[in-house]
Design a protein around this ligand. Structure first.
Ligand code: ADP
Ligand code: MG
Length: 385
């Protein structure tokens, strides 16, 4: 087992179907169509993607966007209609699944019900005729990592869902595959256990140092665990980045809406001051957003703002360097750690504001009240229209 940190190397092409880079997994010009009633239906439209060695990489997107299809092309259960798949720089397109040295873990644990933990985990190694002492060493090591030491004699039916998932994980990791593919593996667990397992999975991945590709439709899960996330929509990657990049700087309306809650404002640029554009919505009301050069006065701009970046006031803020919008509170929902306000704003859209319940025992405003929202320019992100 290695404990070296991930080094997400960027691969390069050397021509003639070989990749010289260190990417663990790479898709080049991949498209996948399924035949449905004699018609070709694209599940993955166009995929160019490099996943680094030892990376915890997530494919995140709504049901039907092509996540499982992408995984199955890595595993070799599906072949691309066009394009190539590389593992460790080698073109494996057309190589059968059992020759690819990647393992997959599913939501259904698929354990042998009549075998105990030890037998379930050592099964694959024994079939490979690995020496008994070596099997014992490796199984002991992996059971330690997944925190199942002492449960060797238990049968699956004597274990909780979370424990069974650990057995499945140990079985998939014990022969040191070059990558582990996990397709919504925590879907059957209740919320609390799922959150515990997310932290555990991340720790396990760090300890074994194996590349993990994780499929989920749960944004919280992807944000918690991943080194990088590819947000997929309708067979395409919409955005690729670290959890922080994806959350803080969504580049499309879809990503802004799918990951967390976003407030989206449309407007025309009234003026540009240095690198900050201003959208104006009447007397003293404006949205300020940092923009790249090339954005011109009069141009349409769509801006997204996260609810926790916004401050709520009863009186109009006087600071000219922040965004200010007035509105009327239409909803107040107490959530324990925060109070969430919905405010119908002068910009024509409803804003959601999360107000941390850090100090105040009372809500800032109640339903029907007129309020002012303000936030710093850097918390406005221009997104694709
Ligand atoms: P996800 O895992 O993101 O939910 P999938 O990769 O399973 O998405 O599916 C992507 C699209 O391909 C969906 O529209 C789905 O209906 C279709 N699809 C998946 N598998 C098949 C198949 N074997 N035959 C035909 N269509 C399929
Ligand atoms: Mg799926």
């Amino acid at each position: 087992m290695t404990t070296s940190p991930p080094h997400h190397a960027v691969p390069a092409t050397s021509g003639a179907g070989e990749r010289t880079g260190q990417a663990a997994i790479e898709f080049v010009g991949v498209r996948k169509e399924y035949l449905s009633h004699g018609e070709a239906v694209p599940a993955v439209k166009s995929l160019d993607l490099a996943i680094g060695q030892g990376e915890f990489f997530s494919l995140l997107g709504p049901s039907g966007c092509g996540k499982t299809t992408t995984m199955r092309m890595i595993a070799g259960f599906e072949e691309p209609t066009t394009g190539q798949v590389y593992l460790d720089g080698k073109d494996v397109t057309g190589v059968p699944a059992n020759k690819r040295d990647v393992n997959m873990v599913f939501q259904s644990y698929a354990l042998f019900p009549h075998l105990n933990v030890l037998q379930n985990v050592s099964f694959g190694l024994e079939r490979k005729k690995i020496a008994k002492a070596e099997v014992k060493r490796r199984v002991g090591e992996i059971l330690e990592i997944v925190s199942l030491t002492g449960m060797e004699k238990r049968q699956p039916k004597e274990m909780s869902g979370g424990q069974q998932q650990r057995v499945a994980l140990a079985r998939a990791l014990v022969n040191h595959p070059r990558a582990l593919l996990l397709d919504e593996p925590l879907g059957a667990l209740d919320l609390k256990l799922r959150q515990q397992m997310q932290i555990e999975l991340k720790r396990i991945q760090r300890e074994v140092g194996i590349t993990f590709v994780y499929v989920t439709h749960d944004q919280g899960e992807a944000l918690t665990m991943s080194d990088r996330i590819a947000v997929m929509n309708a067979g395409l990657i919409e955005q690729l980045g670290t959890p922080r990049e994806i959350y803080e700087r969504p580049t499309t309306r879809f990503v802004a809406g799918f990951i967390g809650t976003s407030n989206i404002v449309d407007g025309r640029v009234a003026r540009i001051d240095g690198s900050v554009a201003a959208l104006e919505f009447g007397e003293g009301e404006r949205v300020l957003a940092p923009v790249k050069s090339g954005v011109a006065q009069g141009q349409e701009l769509v801006v997204s703002v996260r609810p926790e970046k916004i401050d709520l006031h009863r009186a109009a803020p006087q600071d000219p360097s922040v965004s200010v919008l007035s509105g009327t509170v239409s909803e107040v929902v107490y959530h324990g750690t925060s109070t969430n306000y919905t405010v119908a704003t002068a910009a024509g859209t409803d804003f959601v504001v999360f107000d941390q319940n850090a100090h105040d025992a009372e809500d800032v405003a109640s339903r029907g009240e007129r309020v002012f929202l303000s936030w710093a320019p850097q918390h406005s992100y221009p997104i694709g229209v």
